[in-house]
Ligand binder design. Structure first.
Ligand code: RRO
Length: 313
């Protein structure tokens, strides 16, 4: 009789976040793609979920070009919230919800609590799977003041106002790493009713100067820093947030490989935000990261992500 050799089973990458099933934990972070078709293609190319560019009530043209500049270890951006405004964004969201293969996270931004509430009311009528409150854009301080996510009380106030109108759509708060104590902000948004947290937004602002022209490379001079350079900060932030709250975390910041994804899940993330890696590795980055995660999991004998989530604690 031929002896059966037991094949190692294929690791299961599926997750449930805020009651929504994802085939795998990769999430296209907000702001990487603008056009609905590019977002839909990301879902077809294996993203476990896709996040729209943050939308404001009125159309915004964005900051002067260039808006994104590469450096040795990442990127610096000052897009300035370029978006088509609420009405067009609602139409685009409808298309994405019809054609995306994976759950759609609609991201919103405002500089007033009442505008966050208005955006949340209107956007949740279109029924995205999850609503993201961008409380942490680093590039509009000149216009709107410090990001809301630098202040626990203001962050909580926005979440409470949004939760009054968001119906059954889960609400996640996108936090900034640019604070002394991210645990305090995480606890505040959880206490106000947030269903999840997304972190981290970009670090800084930073600046890059062209030494030939003696001028800042970005049109808007200062901008948020992303990419591999910021990964250790992202890992620490997720580690801290996981210790502070019970709600799930979409964790990202410089995640580029499957092993990076495993690392941030071990810090406590349920899902893994992918941003700059799209520019570094191309549009198949989601399926490639999943493949690399499976290679690691098979080698180490892990069958599901539950076995590694928060394992570093
Ligand atoms: O549009 C931007 O400049 C921008 C936003 Br809204 C954000 O949340 N984070 C970022 O790095 N850039």
């Amino acid at each position: 009789m031929v002896k059966k050799t037991k094949k190692p089973s294929n690791p299961d990458l599926s997750i449930k976040l805020c009651g929504v099933m994802f085939e795998n934990p990769t999430v296209l972070f907000s702001g990487i793609y603008e056009s609905p078709q590019d977002l839909i293609n990301a879902s077809k190319n294996g993203a476990g979920a896709i996040t729209t560019k943050s939308v404001s009530i009125g159309l915004r043209e964005g900051h002067p070009q260039p808006r994104i500049v590469k450096f040795d270890h990442g990127f610096i951006n000052s897009v300035g919230l370029k978006n088509p405004g609420l009405e067009k964004a609602k139409e685009e969201l409808k298309k994405m919800l019809l054609e995306s293969k994976s759950p759609v996270i609609a991201s919103i931004f405002a500089d007033k609590t009442s505008d966050f509430q208005k955006l949340a009311k209107e956007i949740t009528e279109v029924k995205p799977h999850i609503l993201e409150l961008n409380l942490s854009c680093p590039n509009v301080e000149g216009e709107f003041g410090r990001p809301f996510a630098t202040d626990a009380k203001i962050s909580a106030k926005v979440v409470r106002a949004v939760k009054k109108v968001s119906k059954k759509v889960p609400v996640i708060a996108k936090l900034t790493p640019n604070v002394l104590d991210i645990k305090e902000i995480a606890r505040a948004v959880e206490g106000a009713g947030a269903d999840g947290i997304s972190a981290i937004n970009t670090i800084g602002p930073g600046m890059i100067i062209d030494i030939k022209t003696k001028k800042a490379k970005l049109g808007n001079k200062r901008g948020g820093v992303s990419g591999p350079a910021i990964k250790p900060v992202a890992i620490r932030c997720i580690f801290d947030i996981y210790e502070a709250v019970k709600i799930p975390i979409i964790g990202g910041g410089g995640i580029t490989t499957g092993e990076d994804a495993i690392e941030i899940i071990m810090a406590g993330a349920t899902a893994v935000g992918i941003g700059s890696a799209v520019y570094l590795r191309g549009r198949n980055v989601f399926s490639e990261i999943c493949k690399e995660m499976k290679v690691f999991m098979k080698k180490e004998g892990y069958k599901s992500l539950k076995e590694i989530r928060g394992a570093a604690h």
